[in-house]
Design a protein around this ligand. Structure first.
Ligand code: NAP
Length: 248
């Protein structure tokens, strides 16, 4: 059974990792896909072709998620090309890890801009077509680090905790319009972002994870599919952890 037939989904940061897995999962379920990337031109082209080969409409947009004007332009372009936006996944993000003693103001600003301001930027834009349709699902990628904190990740943790407060507020603002807004909080997922953790052995990390392994991007994509489709139609303002039990 296809769960997103003829829906239009916009996924930010889909040239790699979790965003790419979400785009593919949504396409498998019949959604037409608009997605963004920052610099991975070739990977974005390859994804566009892969999605089109799955029988859905697909287009990649080079768009800096941290730039408000770019988000405004992106939403307008997507509505023009696809007609509307039913689902928005704010996935684009970066990490710049440093102990607070060494963390620079520039690193703090970069992380806040890419991870938190980006969610404000695009949520503000996709609300309009969703309000017109009186329906929509917004899914924001936070992190277990935004819930628990982590030494060396104060900027990243603050940006991801901010996403949770933002999402819960927006859910209360736009629930009456039948627009839902939820958070996914992954633990350690196997992508470029966590590649460095494997230096010196992944086993030491596995000890902290009840399920004893890192998660896969496809497993996060399953959660995103649930939040995007009608199976979660009475859920809003919630944080779903997909972390192998790390948050328990
Ligand atoms: P990733 O493999 O590093 O991929 C990041 C993606 O975001 C890429 O497609 C990148 O585009 C894009 N991107 C980065 N900055 C951008 C910007 N300013 N504008 C537009 N696109 C931008 O990351 P990931 O591991 O898949 O993580 C995806 C999301 O899940 C992030 O928000 C991350 O914080 C969150 N998360 C990840 C983990 C984990 O363990 N991996 C855990 C918890 C939460 P380019 O390819 O063009 O650079």
């Amino acid at each position: 059974m296809k769960l997103l037939e003829n829906k239009v989904a916009l996924v930010t940061g889909a040239s790699r990792g979790i965003g790419e897995a979400i785009a593919v999962k949504f396409a498998e379920h019949g959604a037409n896909l608009a997605f963004t990337y920052l610099s991975s031109e070739e990977r974005a082209k390859a994804l566009e072709e892969r999605l089109a080969g799955m029988g859905v409409k697909a287009k990649g947009y080079k768009s800096d998620a941290g730039d408000f004007k770019a988000a405004e332009q992106l939403a307008a372009d997507v509505v023009k090309e696809f007609g509307t936006i039913d689902i928005c996944v704010n996935n684009a993000g970066i990490s710049k890890d440093n102990l607070l003693l060494r963390l620079t103001p520039e690193q703090w600003d970069d992380v806040m801009q890419a991870n938190l301001k980006s969610v404000f930027n695009l949520t503000k834009q996709v609300m309009r077509p969703m309000m017109k349709a009186r329906s929509g699902s917004i899914i924001n990628l936070s992190s277990i680090v935004g819930v628990k904190g982590n030494a060396g990740q104060s900027a990243y943790a603050a940006s991801k905790a901010g996403i949770i407060g933002f999402t819960k507020s927006i859910a209360q603002e736009i629930g009456s319009r039948n627009i839902r807004c939820n958070v996914i909080a992954p633990g350690f997922i196997e992508t470029d972002m966590t590649h460095y953790l494997k230096d010196g052995g992944a086993e030491k990390w596995f000890e902290k994870i009840p399920l004893g392994r890192f998660g896969k991007p496809e497993e996060v994509a399953d959660t995103a599919l649930f939040l995007a489709c009608d199976m979660s139609k009475y859920m809003t303002g919630q944080v779903l952890s997909i972390c192998g039990g790390m948050s328990t």
